[in-house]
Design a protein around this ligand. Structure first.
Ligand code: GLC
Length: 751
């Protein structure tokens, strides 16, 4: 019997190993036989119909053959309300109120893969409740510019942190049966001239910094679709960029899914067809009839169309369509998602400074909350990323609920709110709390009212920052100054009552040179989602210890940041932009030749990334420029002790362990960070680089052994001579600590 059993078992194991797809991307090819059979039944017209939009948020299936349309949904932190079929205007539905999750930079401030995964599951579930197959997210571009309009939407200035969160967000969404469309591929780091700017970047920087978040989500996470960005990279639009879409994405990373252009980001028929685009969103002037015409002339072949359709159908087959009688029959926002949003919000809040004033003391019985950012909702705005939330707890609501009857909480607006560029006519009656310009000085009446309230309070909580019209898709900030006279106000409040906490409600960094000396405590509160006010109150009152860490550097002043210090931005980013033009009705009516002539006449904006891989803290550390607050900075209500580091190289990993002790009186999370310094290297490196991190919960008085590891693959550099990844052997110094500027233990290893 034995003689038969063993060989049979071996055959079964071998057979399984040969047939079972082995990588996340390979899984997408599991249905290829059936897909090829379907393609063989399709007419050319049916195939080409799949290559472009059907409605503003869908692309066609093949009804005759039972292939469902593909439905897309914005945005990265909440399923956007239903739009009308041919545009973004609200469809006026009622069940499409969604959970508003903390925005990208807030999620990144948790430094938690576990929370990124849960976040993704919440998004994936709510997408399916809406009948959506693909979420247009996560948005994972590196935050190169502090002024970047979408810095709040993105994750971090660091590729390792961004890549880890992009990977787990992707896993979470796709484990719920929804596809991600990770965006914007690639090097989409400014909104100025975003539709035509040509980014000039060296290969090493491209690989080691800007592609990393996409690489992990696609190779390890199996991201099923990718959205090429609006801009050009080294001369070619991303939506027809051979190097990005065919050589790297498909050739090196083995991507088997589909690419979906950004809305209005397709630029030609042949470019798109030959260099890697699958679906034109929106419109069919490139990937519609012109494809059929090109086949007729022999410029294209039907096999080229078949390959595009095959890649699209792989995603369609991987995502079970939501039955029409199930979709949109329940409220989109679900309690489980709301709970996830609150957990993320609680762990995103960053305590930047605290001279003992937080948590709020028991003797505080009168709190003055000053600043419109305590009451403004932050769910909408930001174009594609806006969310119609089922509810949103503002900071003032959260504080009042937590304070209860025993503490008096008063409020004053303190400053005017700048509503951003007004698209339509000004209202008949101007809103007295709206500013006409972002740099409008403090309003004397509002200031006097706020100071009077502050003077009689036990504690002042000042809410400053920006808003979703100041930081938004479509435009970059001109600077990072606090708007509308907030600096004057916070100084006056501090003069009146030094028991003052400043809370910043913003997505990107702001200039704190004036606010910092006038604030014994400073909290970065983010755009923190549906439960943001509840989470903030729990931190301020000490129910939980703050545990967020900055995912980007707060420069003392904008000019200290690399792209500004080198004059690379704004640089020559001036003149018209194709992106704004292409939606103009007169331009849309133009013939392709007329439109091309218009495009050819446009100035050619360029962004030259001469800072290379010295992005964020890599620049500040190497140039020895002191920031206001460093990458990875974030205080707690307890003190953590680090002790007993051990480090070794085992197999293909560097392994580090140490003891972490919570010396405080309450449970708290610590995000431990492991940086690497190269010693006596023959290769140019930044001063140090983050290579591993871990969020750890520790009970009061408890000591926990913490282990981290760095895959040797993450220590490679892109060798521009061999045009390949290369691992330089030599001595490494490992720096372990609580922030990039708060390193507690070191060790050295040789790889
Ligand atoms: C926008 C954005 C993109 C969004 C798309 C659809 O212009 O760049 O992130 O998903 O169009 O709204």
């Amino acid at each position: 019997m034995k003689r038969i059993l063993f060989p049979t078992l071996l055959l079964i194991v071998l057979a399984t190993a040969c047939t079972k797809p082995y990588s996340p991307q390979e899984k997408l090819t599991a249905n290829d036989a059936e897909i090829n059979a379907i393609i063989a039944q399709m007419t050319l017209e049916e195939k080409v119909e799949m290559l472009h939009s059907k409605t503003n948020m869908s692309s066609a299936g093949v009804e005759r053959l039972g292939i469902a349309d593909i439905n897309y949904a914005d945005g990265p932190f909440g399923i956007r309300e239903e739009g009308v079929p041919n545009g973004f205007q609200s469809a006026g539905w009622t069940l499409d109120s969604a959970t508003y999750f903390p925005t990208g930079s807030a999620l990144a401030a948790t430094w938690s893969e576990d929370l990124a995964y849960k976040y993704g599951t919440g998004m994936g579930r709510e997408a399916r409740l809406r009948g959506k197959d693909v979420i247009l997210g996560p948005a994972v571009n590196i935050q190169r510019l502090p002024v970047g309009g979408r810095t709040y939407e993105y994750l971090s200035e660091d590729p390792i942190l961004s890549a880890a969160l992009a990977l787990y967000y992707t896993k979470g969404v796709q484990d719920e049966g929804t596809a991600v469309c990770i965006k914007h591929f690639a090097v989409n780091n400014q909104e100025t001239n975003r539709g035509s700017v040509n980014v000039k970047i060296d290969e090493r920087t491209l690989r080691e910094i800007y592609l990393k978040p996409f690489e992990r989500a696609i190779i390890e996470g199996g991201a099923m679709s990718v959205m090429p960005a609006y801009n050009k990279v080294n001369g070619d639009y991303c939506s027809e960029n051979e190097h990005l879409l065919n050589e790297i994405l498909r050739g090196e990373w083995g991507f088997k899914g589909m690419t979906v252009s950004d809305w209005g980001g397709t630029h030609s028929t042949m470019g798109a067809m030959l260099h890697g685009l699958n679906v034109q969103m929106t419109g069919s002037n490139y990937l519609g009839q012109p494809v059929i015409d090109s086949i007729a002339t022999g410029a294209l072949t039907e096999e080229q169309v078949d390959e595009k359709v095959r890649q699209i159908l792989r995603v369609r087959y991987a995502i079970a369509p939501v039955p029409a009688d199930v979709a949109n029959t329940e409220m989109t926002s679900q309690p489980e998602s709301q709970r996830i949003a609150r957990e993320v919000a609680e762990k995103a809040i960053v305590l930047l400074k605290n001279e003992g004033i937080l948590p709020i003391k028991a003797e505080v019985k009168k709190i003055a909350v000053i600043g419109q950012n305590a009451v403004l909702k932050t769910q909408s705005g930001g174009m594609g990323a806006g969310v119609k939330a089922l509810y949103e707890i503002t900071p003032l609501e959260g504080i009042r609920t937590r304070a209860g009857e025993g503490i008096e909480v008063s409020y004053a607006p303190g400053y005017k709110n700048y509503p951003g560029f007004r698209w339509g006519p000004a209202p008949a009656e101007p809103n007295p709390l709206e500013a006409a310009a972002i740099d409008e000085p403090a309003d004397p009446e509002l200031l006097a009212e706020a100071v009077a309230l502050a003077s009689t309070a036990d504690l002042v909580i000042f809410f400053g920052g920006t808003n979703k019209s100041i930081e938004t898709e479509g435009s970059d900030r001109k600077d990072i100054k606090l708007p509308c006279g907030q600096e004057t106000l916070v100084q006056a409040l501090y003069e009146a009552n030094p028991n003052l906490v400043s809370v910043l409600i913003s997505g990107g960094p702001t200039d704190l040179q004036v606010l910092e000396p006038a604030s014994p405590a400073i909290v970065q509160g983010w755009w923190n989602g549906t439960e943001g006010g509840t989470a903030l109150a729990k931190v301020l009152f000490g129910d939980i210890a703050p545990s967020g860490k900055l995912p980007f550097t707060f420069p003392k002043k904008l000019e200290d940041s690399p792209a500004y210090a080198l004059g690379n931005f704004p640089g020559n980013n001036t003149g018209g932009d194709l992106f704004t033009l292409m939606f103009r009705p007169d331009v849309i009516k133009m013939t392709p030749a007329e439109r091309q002539a218009l495009i050819d006449a446009l100035p050619k904006p360029e962004s030259d990334y001469t800072e290379r891989f010295y992005v964020g803290y890599r620049w500040f550390d190497t140039q020895k420029v002191e920031p206001m607050y460093a990458f990875g900075h974030g205080l707690s209500y307890v003190i953590f002790d680090y002790d007993g580091i051990k480090a070794s190289v085992k197999g293909d990993k560097v392994k580090v362990s140490f003891q972490l002790t919570n010396e405080g009186e309450m449970e708290a999370d610590e995000v431990v960070q492991l940086y690497v310094q190269r010693l006596r290297s023959n290769v140019e490196w930044p001063e140090k680089e983050l290579k591993a991190f871990k969020r750890v919960s520790v009970k009061p008085g408890e000591t926990r052994k913490v282990s981290l590891e760095i895959p040797l693959a993450d220590l490679r550099y892109w060798n521009e001579e061999t045009n390949a990844w290369d691992l330089e052997h030599g001595q490494l110094r490992l720096l372990l600590g609580s922030a990039s500027d708060d390193l507690r233990l070191t060790a050295e290893v040789t790889i």
